[in-house]
Design a protein around this ligand. Sequence first.
Ligand code: GLU
Length: 495
Amino acid sequence: MTPPNQPARVRFAPSPTGFLHLGGARTALYDYLLAKQTGGEFILRIEDTDQKRYVPEAEENFKKALHWLGLDPDEGPDSGGPHAPYRQSKRKDIYREHAEQLIEKGGAYYCFCSPEELEKTRQEQQANNETPHYVGGCYNLDPAESAQRAANGEEHVIRFKIPSEGTTTAHDLLRGDITVENETLDDIILIKSNGLAVYHLAAMVDDHLMGITHVIRGSEWLPTFPVHKRIYDAFGWEEPVWVHPSLFLKPDGKGKLSKRDMEQAREKGYPIFVEDMIEMGFLPEAVNNWIALIGWSYDDKTEFFTMEDLIEKFSLEKLNPSPAAINFSKLDHFNGLHIRNLDVEDFAERIRPFFEKAGYTVDEAILPKVAAAIQTRTKRLTDVVDMAGFFFQEEVELVPERIVSKKMSAEQAAEAARRLIQLFGAVPEINQANCEQPLRDLAKDMGLKAGHIFRLLREALTGQKVSPPLFDIMDILGKEKTIARLEKVVEVMGE
Ligand code: GLU
């Protein structure tokens, strides 16, 4: 085991079978934090040995998502590194050589059972309520003869040999010793008949060769964990520290979060994939903060963490292996905290793409002021479009019924707009100090309430029922645009 504070070498090893979701992102984050905290390396390894489930866009999606989260790898398929290649499909020969080494050591064997025979046994075992397991007995074949048959090109797989007696104990940092009866472990396949290694072999070999000190991975690997420990032993290698963080539970805490639950949650508008989080206007800072705390805590009170805080304060020992329910409203909460924590210039840069995506041409001259006016009210970056898109419109869409309050006529509305134009034209600058009292006087003079005038003004300038404070808006729009928008009201109301 690596002594504390020795540089850790950790890897995130996704299979490109889908896009990066919050579970994967959490693993990657913990890997990254441990690497940075100890001055070690964070490695990205693509585990693409399962050709059937291969999704071509997945790898790009992982890289983009990791980059957005700020978790760029030190070594990986793009950055390279001393243990390249970092894509398992390019390491086929390495796995084959290692499987053969194991055969020589007596820890693995060639198996020539046909898929039909295996399927038949599997069905019989299921009918007897047994967990399917290999009973074919190829282990008892003469090794030299088996090697010859394999060399002659006879179709085969390579299996890992597990004794039927005794127990195996594997040690997880969070969960302690996990002991199982060997008879419950199967002689799993290491190399398939197509010559490709499976996870159980490929990942162990790579973790060893790549000098991985800590394996942090999903708890779905707990059932095969004892087999993995046996594979290390069979090679005579020193084990890494094994860490299986908490399982995710459904938002209501009732049961494990399944792939299907994730799909359903997504349909309901919850962000499951990192890509969703980007599109829905979450900040990477908020996402990291949120996922870090699903299964880890620093103390029982601190909840706001920047990446620097996390690097400093994270510790594997404080991971909690108990299953944790996903609380999506917490993500909104963290998003608010991190939005308010940004410098306004930074916030302006974050919201720019959302305006652009909605089709607005951002006016650079006013963007910083717009950002300042809406920063504290923004919950998700997507909010800014409805809240402030009107700033970047040539003209706003007026809704006459809303401009005219009850007990007010269209003529009065047009008249009010005309008088506002006069008022604003006459002041050096439209601001609260210059204009608030005159606005109230105007209302009184026309027999209206101040609220009527403010409402008319808001509708005229924004086309919306709710908006940032009116004087902020007029300050940002400037005199000319403010007056132009009021002229439109005169025109529409006059009709
Ligand atoms: N490729 C495995 C997966 O995506 C990685 C498991 C591990 O981190 O060892 O589930």
